[in-house]
Design a protein around this ligand. Structure first.
Ligand code: SF4
Ligand code: SF4
Length: 284
């Protein structure tokens, strides 16, 4: 028996696409303004009603790397603030509920890579995001865990924010200041160049915070489910996924690289209504 399913015409921008686009733009502009304000504050001309804190205070990963020192001594790693711990807890709660929402919706560095990807897609069309041979790609994707463990270990040992020396996020929003490390600028430039060929290369292969967030894909409450009876096996979801996850072969997506961006869902790219959705654990 053949089941007939309604297929919606693919549109360039469905609900989830544009909501996410605006959320990403909001956080990108906000972080840019705060970073500029931090510089202006040093000259006494800061923008009123806007925070002028250093971006280190707004990074949830700062909360992760300072955790050991905070538990053992009650103090923070140099440059890290209490706000980083609070953001880390918010990121953690979000991740337990819906996976790496921070990566897919908030992180301005992820957004920046996606913007470059738009250009890459125009140039390379279908070849875009498929340049790295599958075998090498599979191995490279575990590098970010090596990065995570190394950064936590070295921070705990040195009691300094070692990641700041190579952090492309900090470099992106501070490249005009003397506070930025040359290592961070180099990593940022490499990330930008790689983004012309690969979508979100920093997130896929190197981001230690993305590595940590990705682990919650195995336990998160809201899971990404493909409704097998209505799926027409068109593989549009696979093509839409920035992280190259084969959504069309899974019934529940449990991949450590998922960034909860919703690009694969029926609210974004899947042409069949209610075929890929977030569902709460335990629901049918
Ligand atoms: S789940 Fe993927 S393969 Fe199935 S209909 Fe939707 S886009 Fe096509
Ligand atoms: S599986 Fe879906 S939600 Fe996860 S990264 Fe890919 S497109 Fe985004």
């Amino acid at each position: 028996m053949t089941i007939s399913v309604p297929v919606q015409k693919p549109t360039r921008s469905r609900k989830a696409n544009w909501i996410r686009g605006w959320v990403q733009l909001f956080f990108f502009v906000l972080i840019t303004l705060i970073a500029v304000n931090h510089t202006l504050a040093e000259t006494g001309k800061d923008i009123p009603f806007l925070s002028s804190v250093s971006l280190h205070a707004l990074c949830p990963f700062g909360g992760v790397v300072t955790l050991y020192q905070f538990i053992t001594t009650g103090t923070f790693v140099q440059k890290v603030h209490q706000s980083s711990l609070i953001l880390m807890i918010i990121g953690l709660v979000l991740a337990i509920f819906a996976g790496p929402v921070f990566c897919g919706w908030v992180c301005p560095l992820g957004t920046f890579q996606e913007w470059i990807a738009k250009l890459g897609k125009k140039i390379f069309k279908r070849r875009y995001n498929h340049f790295v041979p599958a075998k090498i790609d599979r191995v490279l994707r575990y590098l970010r865990y090596v990065m995570l463990i190394s950064v936590i270990y070295m921070t705990a040992k040195s009691l300094t924010l070692v990641f700041a020396d190579i952090d492309p996020y900090y470099a992106l929003f501070n490249f005009w200041t003397s506070e930025v490390a040359i290592g961070g600028v180099i990593v940022l430039v490499v990330t930008m160049l790689a983004s012309f060929f690969i979508e979100r290369p920093w997130c896929k292969y190197a981001c230690p915070y993305g590595a940590l967030q990705g682990l919650f894909n195995f336990v998160r409450v809201a899971k990404l489910r493909r409704n097998i009876p209505t799926c027409i096996n068109c593989k549009v979801c696979d093509k839409a996924c920035p992280m190259n996850i084969e959504v069309s072969t899974a019934s529940i997506v449990r991949n450590h690289q998922c960034i909860s961006c919703m690009e694969c869902t029926s609210d974004a790219h899947c042409p069949v209504p209610a075929t890929i959705d977030f569902v709460i654990r335990g629901s049918k």
